[in-house]
Write a protein that binds this ligand. Structure first.
Ligand code: ADP
Length: 240
């Protein structure tokens, strides 16, 4: 089986300043990888590399050909501008099909059905006609998740998907992501600060501090010195 996405000795950065290096990873269908590390350790930069926003300074990022055609489902960090987006839930979800359809002027029936299916899957079918900006934080994240699923159901990349949510919305969001992973075999790459919840969610962990400090299964991570230092707050002190 070929990986959906792989990094081979990748360095990433800005204007030749390296902010992350030595990254090797492989994500296969059904995987669930969490990227953890303190602020400024290069997590979002790695995500930018994975979704093709920046090119590696060194090494290679290999993307499965089927994903190159469909695009990767990407849930960005929430920004104030996105929160105020003046469109209905349905419109936001449907816009996830943009890459699939290229420059055709109208959405096809197939795309509309896909948007409806993903809204049902994420429990937002009933609020399809509501304005996105009037929703709660948890509902907005569901909408963006449904939108990302319209791009592809093979691989979702989520950058801090629970930040700013209240505890019950956070739990719901984790349950949804897990369901997509377990029942629909959607591969997940998620950046998160929420290490305690992640350990019961993910299958593999990449702990980044410019370089990978750990890359392997969750059970090995729990036993590692890296996680003990991180969980003990040593490395994380001063953040969040
Ligand atoms: P994390 O997501 O782990 O908090 P980032 O990938 O955002 O870390 O940042 C890693 C480093 O790259 C930081 O030193 C940050 O200042 C720098 N950085 C992030 N974005 C840019 C950018 N657009 N231009 C230049 N430097 C950046």
């Amino acid at each position: 089986m070929e990986p959906l996405i792989a990094c081979k000795d990748v360095s990433l950065g800005y204007e030749n300043r390296e902010v992350a290096n030595g990254i090797n990873l492989e994500v296969y269908p059904g995987d669930y990888l969490c990227i953890v590390g303190e602020n400024g350790s290069g997590k979002s930069t790695l995500v930018k590399g994975l979704i093709g926003l920046i090119r590696p300074l060194k090494g290679q990022i290999l993307v499965d050909p089927s994903l190159r055609e469909e695009s990767i489902g990407y849930l960005p960090q929430q920004t104030e501008a996105q929160k105020d987006f003046p469109a209905t839930v349905y419109e936001v979800v449907l816009s996830g099909c943009l890459k699939r359809r290229g420059f055709l002027p109208f959405y096809s029936r197939k795309e509309k059905l896909l948007a409806e299916k993903n809204m049902e899957k994420l429990g937002i079918g009933e609020i399809a006609k509501q304005c996105y900006r009037e929703l709660s934080g948890g509902q907005k994240q569901r909408v963006l998740l449904a939108r990302a699923l319209c791009a592809t159901d093979k691989l979702l990349i989520l950058d801090e998907p629970v930040t700013g949510l209240d505890p019950s919305a956070m739990t719901e969001m984790y349950q949804l992501i897990r369901k997509l992973n377990e029942e629909d075999h959607v591969a997940i790459i998620m950046v998160s600060h929420d290490i305690m919840n992640i350990l019961s969610q993910a299958k593999t962990i990449l702990h980044l501090k410019q370089q990978p400090l750990f890359y392997g299964t969750v059970s090995d991570y729990k036993k590692s010195e890296v996680s003990m230092r991180f969980l003990g707050g040593e490395e994380n002190s001063g953040n969040d």
